[in-house]
Write a protein that binds this ligand. Structure first.
Ligand code: UD1
Length: 435
């Protein structure tokens, strides 16, 4: 079992290059199923979630050609499978984004069947808005025995106006993918506005789709017959960048975070500035520096352009050592997203969760302990806490972290952190014959 071991208390210095956006990649790879021709994707992050999706497409019959670590050529022209075969169920159950295969297969073949998705466990993660949208486009969608089945009633989809009752990144993406080749015009109202929604729309348009309005709360799609091949470079990862910024806030030091779009980080940058962290924007980088004491702050997560829920655990880790009381309120997910708080408390933090809020009483310093990554971003929060803490922190279940952060150990080491990944054999089960 792999673990991270961190000797904390060292400020960070140097430069970190941000990889392509995970949440854009996990939408764009399934969307490539809609493309007839070779689709070249650049700035793809090298993480286990993208690897899983590329394996699934390969199994379905796509040609996947890795050009280098961040560039892939995908050709789904000859894919004919409209269901995910049982050999792939393990993989589709492992990640959240596997449900985008439903939108893509339904759009392309008029039929789709896969398992219910997996992904981080923040409590209940309903998909009623995905079903509402796909049903409105003319599909019968059924959920049964852990599977999702969708069939276009007359063989293909028809454009409609759909109002999302809840702002949902996943439902916006799934409906957008399915609608690009639906007959006529689709209007999706009350959609999510995250940067990766805009990135998916730009990708689809560069392959011949007609999607307008991404980035606002109404997306309009005029259906086209078929998408064609092309080349597309993904946006940088807003949350990966925010994680390194938060790490400097917690551990101190001064770093340059490069290959980013500073506009996407505005919510994170201004919160860090409120916490006495200097953030200076360049064209495609930010300089982040913290050498004075942290100030406490209150944070409430919201859909973009509000404060991202995927930065909530990392910011809670930073606020552990801000004098006074800080309140972090989770308004996108349930309080199930605060499971990691118990791990921070093992490191000497004083945090209590009540309803949807974490009340953080700042302490002088954290102390190293053995903790686990409860999910992807919670795992990143443990790394940040470990870097700031005095002594040694061991983080277990790091597989979650590697689902979404490219070479997190290498990148932090390059910033001067004392972090390494060790592979420890699991303890053998003790039985009667144990020596
Ligand atoms: C995506 C991100 C995840 C991030 C989240 C919010 C991916 C792979 N994951 O997840 O990292 O935390 O956006 O920024 O991109 N909801 C419903 N019905 C639905 C769908 C969602 O009620 O059909 C609710 C959810 O329970 C949640 C809220 O809407 O309370 C937001 O969920 P959504 O935006 O869909 O998140 P995901 O797409 O699953």
């Amino acid at each position: 079992m792999e673990k991270y071991v961190i000797h904390g208390g060292k400020p960070l210095h140097g430069e970190v290059e941000i990889s392509g956006a995970k949440n854009a990649a996990v939408a764009i790879i399934p969307a490539a199923l809609m493309v007839h021709g070779v689709c070249r994707l650049e700035n793809l992050p090298e993480i286990s979630d993208t690897d899983t999706l590329l394996r699934i497409l390969t199994y379905l019959g796509a040609k996947v050609n890795m050009i280098n670590r961040s560039t892939v050529e995908l050709d789904c022209t000859h894919v004919q499978m409209d269901l995910i075969p049982d050999q792939m169920w393990d993989m589709t159950r492992r990640i959240r984004a596997s449900y985008y295969l439903i939108g893509a297969m339904l759009g392309r073949f008029g039929r789709a069947r896969t398992t219910m998705p997996g992904g981080c466990n923040f409590g209940i993660r309903p998909i009623d808005q995905h079903i509402k949208g796909l049903t409105a486009l003319g599909a019968d969608v059924t959920l049964s025995g852990g599977f999702i089945c969708a069939n276009a009633r007359d063989g293909h989809l028809h454009g409609r106006t759909i109002y999302l009752d809840k702002v949902s990144v996943g439902a916006t993406i799934n409906i957008m993918i399915a609608a690009v080749t639906a007959e006529g015009r689709t209007v999706i109202e009350n959609v999510a506005r995250e940067p990766h929604i805009v990135d998916l729309a730009n990708f689809l348009n560069s392959m011949g789709a007609d999607v307008r309005g991404a980035g606002t709360d109404v997306i309009k799609i005029r259906g086209v017959k078929q998408l064609h091949g092309g080349s597309y470079a993904l946006i940088p990862d807003q949350i990966e960048a925010g994680t390194y910024m938060a790490a400097v806030a917690a551990a101190g030091g001064s770093i340059r975070v490069s290959n980013i779009i500073p506009k996407h980080l505005e919510g994170i940058s201004s919160k860090l500035q409120e916490m006495n962290v200097e953030v200076e924007e360049g064209d495609d980088y930010v300089l982040v520096r913290r050498d004075g004491p942290l100030h406490n702050a209150n944070i409430k997560t919201k859909p973009y352009p509000g404060f991202p829920t995927d930065m909530q655990p990392q910011m809670t880790a930073v606020l552990c050592c801000a004098p006074g009381v800080s309140v972090v309120t989770e308004a996108v997910w349930s309080s199930g997203r605060f499971k990691y708080v118990a791990e921070l408390n093992k490191m000497g933090a004083h945090i209590e969760v009540e309803d949807q809020s974490a009340f953080i009483q700042g302490v002088d310093s954290l102390t190293g302990a053995t903790v686990r990554a409860c999910d992807l971003r919670a795992g990143a929060a443990m790394v940040i806490a470990g870097l700031a803490a005095q002594g040694v922190t061991q983080i277990e279940d790091v597989l979650y972290i590697e689902r979404g952060y490219q070479d997190i150990v290498g990148k932090f080491r390059a910033l001067g952190a004392d972090i390494r990944c060790i592979d420890e054999p699991e303890e053998p089960a003790r039985g009667w014959n144990a020596g």
